[in-house]
Design a protein around this ligand. Structure first.
Ligand SMILES: [Zn+2]
Length: 468
């Protein structure tokens, strides 16, 4: 066997997420842990397995019939390919099988184009177009397409990985959804699970149940939280369709810090305790809390803090007291601000100290009014600086216990709240920390229900700031 021929049986991991998911899917189909363990023999066996799955559709009349899983998926994955030609209905099963075999066969080395593979640089075996390479997946390599050629040169192992990609994805709702990460140790088990589910789905009757909101993001969140090791890279959610009706590719990223932090809500006992309260705080009428947490974990990370704070305030308005869950949430909120929102530990400590002074100030009053005034000053259009000015003298002359510092808002704290890129998250953290400190002090305010409606108003305003 020549070197080139050897190479045509060796799967390499490349810079293409789709190819990488496919490579790990091939490994799973071959019952090995890593693509690097695919020997030439195993590689041949496993590409044969994929072809067999397609050949099985030759006896199926329609995609919706039993055994039609891969035929049905082919319209979304490989439109106008040899598994689903327009004239399919008139072809015999033998004729269909013949076409599928041609499509998936290794091209004769004599016919190779003499160009390097766009993904791995080894000799390509053929030019491939959108039938085999989903839209967008090839665009990053568009420059390598030689003039006069339609498509992208790929070697056989790389194109086999693209064919294997759907096994590592969830095929539903006309889309293929895959979880990818540059952390191979994470990608391996996540892809393995996806392949097992796809193989099971291929055997089962079509699943007609409508998925809940943000089901794809939620699945990624569950994968991250179920993972047993440290995550070294972020997690990407790839959703694509290659169909004639709709060519679609969307990649969203859950950053490494938030993915790792979400894991810590399982592994660290003091964070695990508050997780359900954090989840509940994210919910809306239409979207369950964990689904919305997952959605926000992909690129809207400050909203998780803002929602948590607004929700506590909202529940205060409903119950007349600050929910005791504020205590359980504290380890989550502070670690989130430091590890995910990138706040400085010293700044967080300053905000906690300031909150302690404010809780002393507000907690001396058994009325809810002063608390509400402070919260309103934090909301959109509120004058927080004016509020501090009006309270500073009061603090200095009347409220301050001897052990606490004389200045209510020292200049360093002023900067954090009014002159910092993260001023809004800092203020929201302050709102949270004040509520936590008041719960700690067992503050039991009294007052009318009208006042509670005021607080509900402020809570709605704070929640609205999500979109800032
Ligand atoms: Zn290649």
């Amino acid at each position: 066997m020549t070197d080139a021929f050897e190479q045509q049986h060796q799967v390499l991991l490349t810079a293409s997420p789709l190819q990488r998911v496919g490579a790990f899917a091939l490994a799973t189909l071959a019952k090995v842990d890593h693509p690097g363990q695919l020997t030439a023999e195993r590689f041949t066996t496993v590409t044969g397995t994929m072809t067999r799955h397609l050949l099985a559709t030759a006896d199926v009349a329609k995609a919706a019939d039993a055994g039609g899983f891969w035929l049905s998926a082919s319209y979304m994955l490989w439109p106008n390919s040899k598994i689903n030609p327009t004239a399919r209905g008139k072809q015999s099963p033998a004729g269909r099988r013949e076409l599928i075999m041609q499509w998936r066969a290794v091209p004769d080395p004599a016919d190779w184009p003499g160009a390097p593979c766009a993904y791995c640089d080894r000799p390509a075996c053929k030019w491939f177009g959108k039938v085999d390479i989903p839209l967008g997946a090839s665009s990053e390599h568009r420059n390598t397409t030689a003039p006069g050629h339609e498509g992208t040169p790929l070697c056989y192992p790389c194109v086999a990985c693209l064919w294997a990609f759907p096994y590592g994805a969830q095929l539903s709702g006309g889309r293929a959804t895959a979880i990818h990460s540059w952390d191979d140790v994470f990608l391996a088990p996540v892809t393995r699970l996806a392949v097992q589910r796809t193989l099971a789905a291929a055997q089962a009757p079509p699943n007609k149940t409508k998925p809940g909101p943000y089901a794809r993001e939620l699945a990624a969140l569950s994968a991250v939280r179920a993972y047993g090791q440290r995550l070294h890279s972020g997690v990407e959610l790839i959703v694509l369709s290659n169909s004639n009706k709709e060519q679609f590719l969307r990649t969203q990223e859950m950053s490494q810090p938030i993915a790792q932090w979400l894991r810590s809500t399982v592994t660290e006992p003091n964070r695990r305790t508050g997780y359900q309260a954090l989840v509940a705080a994210q919910a809306t009428k239409a979207v369950p809390g964990e689904a919305f947490l997952a959605k926000r974990a992909f690129g809207d990370s400050t909203a998780i803090l803002f929602r948590t704070t607004a929700n506590l305030l909202d529940r205060f308005s409903a119950k007349g007291a600050i929910p005791v869950e504020a205590m359980g949430l504290a380890p989550l909120v502070y670690s989130y601000c430091i590890e995910v929102l990138n706040m400085d530990e010293k700044d967080v400590a300053r905000i906690q100290d300031l909150a302690r002074r404010l809780a002393t100030l507000l907690g001396q009053d058994s009325r809810r009014g002063p608390f509400t005034t402070f919260m309103r000053a934090n909301a959109k259009g509120g004058n927080l600086y004016g509020w501090f000015r009006s309270q500073s003298v009061e603090w200095l002359l009347k409220t301050r216990p001897d052990k606490m510092q004389r200045t209510l808002l020292p200049v360093e704290d002023y900067r954090l709240l009014f002159d910092d890129d993260r001023a809004w998250p800092h203020r929201r953290l302050l709102v949270f920390a004040v509520m936590e400190a008041l719960v700690e002090d067992n503050w039991q305010p009294k007052g009318s229900t009208e006042e509670l409606e005021d607080i509900a108003d402020v809570a709605a305003n704070l929640a609205d700031d999500d979109n800032e």
